[in-house]
Design a protein around this ligand. Structure first.
Ligand code: NAD
Length: 347
């Protein structure tokens, strides 16, 4: 799957290293159970390449360097590349300052935001990420509203683990479901979860088709006014404070995917001794997991557990539905990749 994705990305103009980084990111999303952010995004990337809003082989630019404050500009390069570079530079600075507030604006789709939380946790640091999504039609209705005004604005919180407890990683859209999950459900002919969608009149519906057919409906926020409130802060911190843009209409839309990310990366050992942190984390996780499960088949988990379990489950093979695969092959073909070459790799 990595080879198939790399082939398509290289045909889109990426140097081999970039194609590898983006393909690895997408396949890791599939492995983690987030098909919405896996190789099924390739047709959207092909659209952005062909309308000139995604620029292969860009590197991130540091536009403001103020000690513990760093601002980056992604120049509409692949988010998986410029986001990774900005996070790496932030981690490096955090080694001396203990805390860094960083932003990176104008990234093409950053993909799975948990990837950046994992990058930070792997460096034994902790982080908070607020991200907004602009550049295309709005997807999410504000709480009490009936039409879409902004997008699925994701957030991520990450804390490093220890020898006995893996990192805790909360990585989520502020909509009840990610847009890509509605796309995958639509492609599979499945219903969306109750409460996740409204039609063009603002009535709740289970049909994911309301997002892909006219008249268009909208996604709803998770947790009513609370998820909506967090989404607004993704706009204000992620979009506005990064010097990127928010979802308000003065900025226009170019049929692309623009992510702006605000992050705080800090060294937990500047606050608490590592041995104390490891003990407290393990004890807290054990305490919450000891709650008797309401359903014996569904024990209590902590954020990050489902993705780890899915990586084991999918180690041998990643399922891809036919409609999504056909869309990927068609996108490859438009970039000059022979369908037979992709079919051979998929087999
Ligand atoms: P989700 O609802 O599947 O999971 C959200 C979080 O909840 C995860 O951290 C998961 O580990 C945790 N979780 C799930 N079940 C749990 C349980 N039983 N107990 C404890 N924790 C549990 O994720 P989502 O909201 O559908 O988002 C999917 C992906 O989409 C994310 O990776 C997100 O970054 C990505 N996304 C990206 C963009 C973008 O613009 N780049 C926009 C929206 C979403």
């Amino acid at each position: 799957m990595r080879e198939a994705a790399s082939l398509i990305l290289a045909a889109g103009g990426s140097e081999p290293e970039e194609a590898r980084i983006v393909a690895d990111h997408l396949v890791l999303a599939n492995l983690s159970g987030h098909d919405s952010h896996g190789i099924g995004m390739l047709p959207a990337y092909e659209r952005s390449l062909s309308n000139g809003t995604l620029h292969p082989n860009r590197t991130v630019e540091l536009v403001r360097d103020d000690g513990a404050i760093m601002m980056f500009d992604g120049g509409m390069g692949y988010g998986q590349v410029v986001g990774r570079e900005a996070t790496a530079a932030t981690i490096e600075r955090c080694r001396s300052t203990g805390v860094v507030l960083a932003s990176v604006r104008y990234c093409h789709h950053l993909g799975r935001i948990g990837t950046y939380g994992e990058q930070v946790a792997d460096a034994d640091l902790a982080s908070i990420h607020f991200v907004n999504v602009v550049g295309h039609q709005a997807l999410v209705a504000p709480y009490r509203g009936t039409d879409a005004r902004y997008s699925t604005n994701p957030m991520c919180l990450a804390l490093p683990g220890s020898d006995t407890q893996p990192p805790v990683l909360l990585d989520m859209a502020t909509s009840r479901i990610a847009h890509g999950k509605a796309r995958v459900a639509h492609n599979k002919g499945e219903e969306a979860p109750a409460g996740a969608l409204i039609d063009h009149r603002g009535r709740q519906t289970l049909d994911p088709g309301v997002l892909f057919n006219q008249p268009v409906g909208a996604l709803t926020s998770f947790g009513d006014h609370k998820g909506y409130g967090l989404a607004i802060f993704c706009e204000l911190f992620g979009g506005m404070m990064s010097g990127g843009r928010t979802a308000q209409p003065e900025h226009g839309m170019e049929g692309s995917i623009i992510n702006n990310m605000f992050m705080v990366v800090f060294d937990p050992e500047r606050l608490i001794e590592r041995s104390a942190m490891d003990h407290e984390l393990a004890a807290l996780v054990a305490h919450v997991k000891a709650s008797p499960a309401a359903d014996a088949d569904e024990p209590v988990l902590v954020p990050g557990d489902p993705e780890r379990a899915m990586r084991l489950e999918r180690a041998e093979a990643i399922p891809v539905d036919t409609e999504s695969w056909n869309q990927i092959v068609a996108a490859g073909e438009r970039l000059g990749v022979a369908p037979a070459e992709l079919e051979a790799l998929a087999a």
